[in-house]
Structures are given as C-alpha cells and as structure tokens.
Write a protein that binds this ligand. Structure first.
Ligand SMILES: O=P(O)(O)OC[C@H]1O[C@H](O)[C@H](O)[C@@H](O)[C@@H]1O
Length: 535
C-alpha cells in the first residue's frame, strides 16, 4: 500500500493533468449508473463531478485507514484523544447491543433512560402528566448548539408526524428569542426542558432562569413543570429539577451527536416514542451499512471522498447543501455545527499543524427558494461551489402532487444546468433572436453565458420519514468521521469555541463602565460607543 503522502501527491498531479476536463465528457449511461451508489433505499449520485476512474481509485486508497479507526470507535476506544473520551453516540440508536466499557456493560443504563424518556413522553402526550392548568399544550426546549440544532432540525423535518404538544426552541442569549417564544404561551400548560450536556452554558442557564421567573408569575411550583437533559446530573438537582424528570447521558456522547438520546426528548414528545424509535432505527441501519459495506459501496466514505476531492484537491472553498425539501430548512445549520465544529481544526491529532486544508465552509438553504437568491453566484460567479442536492422522490402532500413534481423538476434541472452551462454561441443566437446585433449583441450575449462544468451530487431518498431522516443524519455523522480520519483530525473536540466564551465574561464589566485591564483599544472603544448609545 502506498504511503498516504504519495497518494495525496498523485491525486494533486492527476487533478493538474485533468486540466479543464468537462464533466460532460466523462458522463455516459455507464457512468450515470456506476457513480450512483445505493444502500437501504438511499441513492447517492456523484456522477456530475470530475472524479474519473483514476481519481476514484486514488481517493479510495486514501480511505484505507478508516476501517481500523471505525472499529476502534464502535469498540469504545478513547478516540477523542484530547478529551480522553470514547465516542459512542451510535450506542444510543442500537439499544439491543451489548457494549462493555471499562469492564461495565453500559447498555443497561442507556436502555433504562430511553424507556424513562418514552414513559414521560407518553404521560405528557396523553395528559397523565399535567401542568397547573391541565394538559400540557406546549413544550419549550432551552438549549444551544448540539442541545438545540438536532432536535430543532428534526422536529421541523418531521412535521407530518406531529401528534403531541407543540414544541418550541429557544437558544439565543438575545432576550428577543425567549421573549418572542414565551409571549404566546401559557405558563400553566407549558413544560420547559433545559437541555445542556454540561449544565453550565451561559446562554442556556440565563434563558432557563428567565423561563423559571416567567413560570413563577402564574405557577405555584414552577420546578414541577421543568425537565432537564444533561450529563451533569448533580447540577440539575442543585438547580431544583426533580430527578424523576432528569434524563442523563454519558460523556461519550458529544453535544453535536446527541440528538439520539435524551437531547432528543422534545422530538420524542412531538412525534411519539414509536416514531422516535424509527428515527433511531434509520441511524442504526446507516451504522450497519457504514461498518459492513466495502469502501467503494460505502455511502459515508463516498460522501467524504467527494468532499475531499472538491475541497482539498480542487481547492473549492465552500460546499452548498441544498435540500429540495422545505422541512429540511434547518439541516444546513445542523450540518454547519456537525461538520465545521468537528473538522474545522488547524492541528492534527498529534498536535502538529495540518499540512492540508481542514474541512470546508458548509452553507445552504432549501430549494427552490435559493434559486431566486444566491444561485446566481453558483451559476455565474467566479467561485466554484460544489452543490449537494437532497431530494425526496415522494412528498407528503398527496393532494399537492403537482407541487412536488415541480420541486423535483427544479432540483434535477439545477444540477443539469450547473454541469452543462450555456456557451457564447448559444447565448449569441438567443440575443440575435431578440433583435440585438453588432457590439450590443456581443455584450448582451456575454452576460447570458453560463460556464457550466460546476460539480454537484444528489442524495435521493424515497420520502422524508423518521427512518430516512435517521439515515441522513447518521450518514453525515460518518462522513465527518471519515473525513476526519483521512485528514488526521480529532473530529470530536471543539476547543475553538472556548476563547470567545472566556473573553465574553471579561467584556461584560466593560459595558457597565468598569475599567477592565487587558482589552485592546478597538474593543474598549466599541464598548464605550455602546454605553454612549444606551444612555
Ligand atoms: O449542551 P451544552 O453543554 O450546553 O453545550 C452546548 C454547545 O456549546 C458548546 O460551546 C459547544 O460549542 C457545542 O458543541 C455544544 O453543543
């Protein structure tokens, strides 16, 4: 087997040798089939890229170290080396397995917590658990980052399955967030969930205090209408939440990987335990596929390799995630945390500087909305943005099938347009037909040229259900893991979020006019301007 640095060098040389290879020159019926990889009903089409047979073989060689690291992860080895932790969020979605960690079978506790969550969710949904004013009508999940984005994304995605109380999310420390949310709620029929792995996050604890004061105006014992999701169970009881409504998890579940366990309680309340279990089953199916499929048939591996080709080899700085499914509107934000907090690092696992770029900027919005906004840049701008389309073959609105047909047509048309573009001759012919000639014809035509050859992939699912959503989320988790292994990154820590938090504590007194030492001139000046404007 070649040394990884030889493979990287060969990939870079191969990309150079490709020159301005057109994707269309590669594409035929065979490629369309061979570069569409399917598993458990999901299909990933990566044929509209410049990955040719040689690039494919080299990329697959790059993935050689993944198998051993994957086995280590599933076996509970402490692969999160900078925090000395195992990485076992996968245990939360495969409840029947036995898993021995430090000599202990940890699954008994995981199953117990899952069953307690299910009982609590059912009691809430059928009205056995009541607020001071009767049956709970609204649930507010207060959390941020991994304690917000997962359930917020999934609750929105699975709206057709909602048959429980309404669920709301408050994350921002900006008082506007909680004020707007609580303004329309009745404290007597609201349950507040405080979701925080550490139970110290300042945004969450500030919002939780505000919610408790709001509740106390009308409810005699507000703590009775609070629940907590955390791995710091001591802190939850100090805060006054009864242990019967505290759902704990272990430190081997990372924040951005935590929607599968207690952090998913709001989702379970919205869609019910059976649908929540289908979501877990989708994740577990993807785990099995990731562990068992050969690299060339392995969806997470292929998504990772496509990403590496575009970012590290071709040098495209960003990647757009474009779900043609309005209910996946929060998926790009969810993936921003999952991908950028996991692989946005500057050093390798061993502490040496990375010699290659870390993960790309990930961004996106649902289609077709984006088409009428930023797609201009994607089609004609100078930056090439690989696009990742996500599409369901069936919509939920049976009586609106024509909407869905238009949605699908737009998605397929976009990837075709990005690849094919429109050349100058065609643009000139169009403008000539409109009556232009001479210099004006030339000028007008040039604005209507599309360079084309812009890469995209399409992930096709049958329908957005709890099961397929579980597959998609686990697919992206393992993609991030695979990229991390290939780049030598620890995908499970997030030291880069700490400095700003520390400084925020030191900036706050400045805003109250205290002369805090150590701040730079710009920061002191901004604080002074804020103070002046406030007065
Ligand atoms: O769940 P918590 O402990 O409140 O943490 C919430 C979030 O904040 C941190 O700063 C991290 O950046 C995230 O990874 C985490 O999900």
């Amino acid at each position: 087997m070649s040394h990884p640095s030889d493979i990287w060098a060969k990939l870079e040389a191969h990309r150079q040798a490709q020159g301005d290879l057109r994707i269309e020159a590669l594409l035929d019926e065979t490629r369309a089939r061979d570069y569409t990889t399917s598993a458990d009903g999901l299909s990933f089409d990566w044929s509209k890229t410049t990955i040719d047979a040689e690039a494919r073989a080299l990329l697959l060689a790059l993935a050689a170290p993944v198998a051993a690291r994957r086995a280590a992860m599933f076996a509970g080895e402490r692969i999160n080396e900078t925090e000395d932790r195992a990485v076992l969020h996968t245990a939360l979605r495969d409840l029947d397995q036995s898993l021995i960690l430090d000599g202990q079978d940890v699954m008994a506790e995981v199953r117990k917590t899952h069953d307690r969550m299910a009982r609590f969710a059912e009691q809430l949904r059928d009205g056995r658990f009541r607020g001071q004013g009767g049956k709970i009508t609204d649930v507010v999940n207060i959390g941020i980052g991994g304690s917000d984005l997962g359930p917020a994304m999934a609750v929105r995605a699975l709206a057709p399955y909602h048959d429980g109380p309404r669920v709301h999310f408050v994350s921002n420390v900006d008082g506007a967030d909680i004020a707007d949310t609580l303004a329309v709620l009745d404290p007597e029929t609201t349950l507040v969930i405080v979701a925080s792995k550490t139970f110290t996050t300042i945004e969450t604890m500030t919002n939780a205090e505000t919610a408790r004061r709001w509740m106390a105006h009308k409810v005699a014992t507000p703590a009775d209408q609070f629940a907590a999701l955390s791995s710091a169970e001591g802190k939850t009881s100090e805060w006054g939440i009864d242990a019967t409504r505290v759902f704990g998890f272990e430190d081997w579940v990372g924040g951005r990987y935590s929607v599968w366990g207690p952090i998913g309680l709001s989702l379970m309340i919205a869609i019910g335990p059976a649908n929540f279990d289908a979501f877990l089953a989708g994740g577990a199916a993807m785990d099995r596929h990731f562990r068992e499929a050969a690299p060339e048939d392995n969806l997470p591996v292929l998504l990772a390799l496509t990403g590496i080709w575009h970012h590290q080899i071709c040098g495209y700085a960003t990647r757009a995630v474009l779900p043609y499914d309005n209910r996946l509107a929060r998926l790009p934000a969810y993936l921003q945390q999952l991908e950028m907090e996991s692989n946005g690092k500057g050093v390798a696992m061993d502490g040496t500087s990375l010699t290659r770029p870390s993960g790309p900027v990930v961004w996106g919005e649902p289609g077709t909305n984006g088409q009428h906004a930023f797609y201009q840049l994607i089609h004609q701008g100078t930056a090439i943005v690989p696009c990742e389309f996500i599409l369901a073959a069936r919509g939920h609105e049976a009586d609106l099938a024509h909407h869905h047909r238009l949605l699908v047509a737009n998605c397929l048309a976009q990837s075709e347009a990005l690849m094919r573009g429109r050349d100058l001759d065609t643009a000139r012919a169009l403008m000539r037909a409109k009556g232009y000639e001479g210099a004006a014809l030339d000028r007008q035509a040039r604005h209507r040229v599309f360079p084309g050859n812009r890469p995209s992939t399409t992930l096709l699912i049958p329908e957005l259900t709890p099961f397929t959503l579980g597959q998609i989320v686990a697919l992206y988790e393992h993609r991030v893991f695979t990229e991390g292994v290939i780049l030598g990154i620890n995908s499970f820590d997030q030291w880069g979020v700490e400095l700003g938090k520390e400084l925020a504590l030191k900036v706050e007194p400045l805003l109250e006019g205290q002369d805090m030492p150590g701040h730079d001139a710009s920061t002191r000046h901004l604080a002074e301007l804020v103070r002046d404007l406030r007065n």
